[in-house]
Design a protein around this ligand. Structure first.
Ligand code: BGC
Length: 372
């Protein structure tokens, strides 16, 4: 079968490969599920892997099949699979409990402390930019047909859901926490999904980006779901609290690490800052009012947490938000699916769009591998 692969750590090595179609019996405990891939999303992580920044091939392979954002249909199941049927739509989680930490042992591999981690399409396991994959049913999330068209957004959304769940868990310290306002920094794919998830929870949401608002689809999407959008060129983040007040929750999705110090200064007392950008560079900043920030966190009981990877419960939370958003704002999520590329053989187009996403005005670029 066809798959899109890279040679990890080698720049721009993306190519089409032919590999053996997997079999249900590859999973030995009778819990194997053969899935026909219908859609595979592409994101900054795939771009960075193809830039040679990270990525690890599976044992005995000199290439890594890319793809962690996925959506497919079950076409065969092992004898011990009771929760899924042939024809069901599914999304697979990404990380597998193959590390040696206690969190892997208890099925919380998204919190692994193991240096070696196993993520499909990223590290040590082949991904989903392929015609088929086989997976243990434990790692598959059933998708209601009503959200099939937009379910390729579930994997990126799961990271946000994990951030919001962690915030809720941390804020249990307060016994009562009734957050009202949130700022979302960056309104690309991840930022827009964050705006959506917070609107579904009833927050007043203020989105911020670099681009001017007028004629900018991402800004329109913020506004049509009841959030504001401001360009930080017109309204610097720190200034924005004069208009909107201090934020109970700030969610960072820009990929630009210096902004986190500004973000810390916009938090309300008892507020929480969630960081989601993976910033593999070497950027440094010394323009930090450290006394002020330290004082704000100490005297104001503020908190900060990172979110990466997601467990089953976060994917399940995401399914509910996608369904609620479709019910409340039909078609809104579909507008995020800006660039469909039909066929894995057209991988060059996908990477061209990923590498020039501003020019292409791309929010989500994805392969259509099969028909829904
Ligand atoms: C994926 C996560 C993964 C992270 C780091 C992200 O793009 O969504 O599942 O843990 O990359 O590899």
């Amino acid at each position: 079968m066809k798959a899109v692969a890279v040679t990890p750590k080698k720049q721009n090595s993306v190519r089409l490969v032919r590999i053996e179609k997997p079999k249900v019996s590859d999973i030995k405990n009778g819990r194997g599920v053969l899935v026909e891939v219908l859609r595979a999303g592409a994101c900054g992580t795939d771009r960075e892997i193809n830039n040679g920044e990270y990525g690890v091939a599976p044992k005995d392979f000199n290439f890594l099949v890319l793809g962690h954002e996925n959506f497919g249909r079950v076409i065969e199941i092992g004898k011990n699979v009771t929760e899924l049927k042939i024809g069901n739509y599914v999304v697979a989680t990404v990380r597998r409990p193959c590390g040696n930490s206690i969190y892997d042992t208890i099925g919380m591999q998204d919190f692994t402390t193991s240096d070696k981690y196993f993520e499909r399409g990223i590290s040590r396991l082949h991904g989903f930019m392929a015609e088929y994959y086989v997976e243990d049913a434990d790692f598959l999330i059933k998708i209601p047909p009503a959200i099939a068209e937009i379910a390729v957004l579930l994997e990126p959304l799961s990271i946000i859901e994990k951030g919001l769940k962690q915030a809720a868990d941390i804020q249990e310290r307060l016994k009562i926490w009734h957050p009202k306002t949130a700022a979302v920094l960056g309104v690309g794919n991840v930022g827009l999904l964050t705006v959506m998830a917070l609107r579904m929870r009833g927050f007043q949401v203020h989105g911020f980006g670099k681009q001017a608002g007028s004629g900018y689809l991402n800004a329109k999407l913020c506004e049509s779901i009841g959030a504001t959008y401001d360009s930080t060129d017109d309204l610097p983040l720190i200034e924005s609290t004069k208009n909107y007040g201090e934020y109970d929750l700030v969610f960072e999705c820009t990929g630009y690490s210096p902004i986190i110090f500004d973000a810390m200064q916009t938090l309300n007392e008892n507020g929480i800052l969630i960081l989601s950008s993976v910033t593999g560079g070497t950027r440094k900043t010394d323009q930090v009012p450290s006394d002020k920030i330290n004082q704000m966190f100490v005297l104001g009981n503020r908190a900060m947490v990172g979110t990466v990877n997601a467990g089953r419960e976060h994917f399940e939370m995401g399914v509910k938000d996608l369904a609620l958003c479709e019910a409340m704002h039909a078609g809104w999520l579909g507008q995020m699916l800006t660039h469909k590329v039909v066929g894995l053989e057209n991988y060059e187009k996908v990477f061209e769009i990923l590498n020039n996403s501003t020019q292409y005005k791309a929010i989500k670029t994805y392969f259509e591998v099969g028909k829904i």
